[in-house]
Design a protein around this ligand. Structure first.
Ligand code: DLL
Length: 431
């Protein structure tokens, strides 16, 4: 049942003591880097006496990492660095995340712990359908699955025909996949007259790397006949494996021996109550090459109150409800793309892909939701499509309090992305 029983079931008080010891060590280590030598000047690691004492330290933001690219956060000699990853931002200077051998070992172990928790075993065949390269999803998951002892198929992202062939030939039982791609892949099975729930041996899907709704998870589970486990992470904090669901599927256990979590009001930066949504702020407790102190992730989620029936003491996060920088304002209303997705996924005739387009139209801003039909609904008549568009517009208005225009597209009608799906195009000119 457990990969590291003593750590996974560690009593909360003991876990806090471990965190305090590791926080001191992490701060001392961080101070060896040029950035933190300045930012933490005057901070005495031994004066930190509880996990809450982290609040006396300054935040780290992505901009700091950009400005100190590539080696400003490095806390070990360059010769000890064995791997570079980068975060997925598409604009501006990238951020470099540097790992030592020990860092990679500890990351692989953490993610292996998560995989084991979902039921992955050495007897499984593990197909990794995420991109290999600077993106941390591919290699990060690859080494974790190897560490666990499963046979890994390093398929990478895209090329659905080959993915399906590999799955069927090799008897793949576990897939690691970005949820928007999982829905496309189900469509590719259907195009070949195959049903992924019966024409594959899949039983587990590990999904993550992009926000997705509960409805999307359910869809992946139904289409593929699997249990789909939500896995959260970001490159700055290693990558996959920061928090992941157990078989209870009631929140994501955040590995608190490796990360110190704060959930803060993004405006006041004060802690919010358990159950309330706030920004996740994380401090690494194990990283040597590049420790990060109070990193503002911009991801929004709630810390869930109560204990988990699985017995693990590491506290649970809700799914990510959005990013503070994802939210857009239209006609004065705050909207998160995830709200739109939840509505769309309640309609069986709608497939997994959608795009929200924001434009200036005359005096006011206009919002258009473009949604693809599911392969099964591809044959709907124009009249039926119009009816569907009207029903969608109404359901979206009820959820968002603004009425968008809705365009229904055939399956495959939106541009395909190799990695994370693009969900919002803001073409507005604010000048
Ligand atoms: O996406 C790491 C990863 C790879 C996680 C594979 C899980 C699986 P980045 O490219 O740096 O790293 O993007 C990190 O993606 O801040 C979130 O906004 C979003 N994200 C990641 N996992 C989830 C998830 C990887 N399960 C950014 N749910 C994060 C919602 C997620 N959003």
């Amino acid at each position: 049942m457990f990969w590291q029983k003593d750590i996974e079931l560690m009593p909360p008080e003991q876990l806090r003591e471990l965190q305090t010891t590791r926080l001191r060590r992490s701060v001392a280590q961080a101070k060896k880097s040029p950035f933190y030598a300045k930012a933490l000047a005057g901070v005495e690691p031994q004066s930190l006496n509880s996990p809450e004492d982290v609040r006396s330290l300054p935040f780290t933001v992505k901009k700091d990492m950009r400005e100190h690219f590539p080696y400003g956060f490095l806390a070990v000699p360059r010769s000890q660095v064995v791997r570079l990853h980068a975060s997925s931002g598409t604009t501006g200077t990238p951020t470099a995340i540097l790992h030592s051998k020990a860092d990679l070992r500890s990351w692989a172990n953490l993610m292996a712990r998560g995989l084991y928790m979902t039921g992955v075993r050495p007897s499984d065949v593990f197909q990794n359908l995420t991109g290999y390269g600077l993106f941390s999803g591919g290699l990060g998951m690859h080494y974790a699955a190897e560490r666990l002892g499963t046979m890994v198929i390093p398929a990478g992202a895209g090329n659905s025909r080959r993915q399906i062939l590999l799955m069927r030939q090799m008897g793949t039982t576990v897939m690691h996949i970005i949820p928007s791609y999982a829905l496309r892949l189900a469509g590719a099975f259907a195009e070949q007259g195959l049903d992924p729930s019966t024409d594959s041996k899949l039983k587990i899907a590990i999904i993550g790397a992009e926000p997705h709704s509960e409805q999307t998870r359910k869809r992946v589970e139904e289409l593929f006949g699997v249990k789909a486990y939500n896995n959260y992470g970001l490159s700055e904090l290693n990558g996959p494996g920061v928090a992941i669901e157990c078989p209870e599927q009631n929140g994501l256990h955040l590995w608190e021996d490796a990360f110190l979590l704060e959930v803060l009001d993004p405006v006041t930066m004060e802690p919010v109550e358990p159950g309330q949504v706030g920004e996740l702020v994380l401090t690494t407790l194990e990283r040597r090459a590049m420790p990060l102190i109070r990193y503002r992730t911009r991801d929004l989620a709630a810390l869930l109150p109560g204990e988990c029936a699985c017995g693990r003491t590491h506290r649970r996060l809700s799914r990510i409800v959005g990013r503070s920088d994802d939210m857009f304002i239209i006609k004065g209303v705050n909207v998160y793309p995830m709200q739109v997705e939840s509505v769309l996924m309640d309609f069986k005739a709608i497939g997994g892909q959608y795009l929200i387009v924001l434009e200036n139209k005359g005096e006011a801003d206009a919002m258009t939701v473009r949604a693809e039909l599911s392969p099964e609904a591809a044959g709907l008549s124009q009249k039926e499509r119009d009816g569907l568009a009207r029903a969608l517009a109404k359901a979206l208005r009820d959820e968002l309090l603004v009425t968008p225009a809705v365009e229904i597209l055939p399956p495959g009608g939106l541009p395909m992305s190799q990695g994370k799906a693009e969900r919002v195009q803001d073409r507005r000119n604010f000048s």
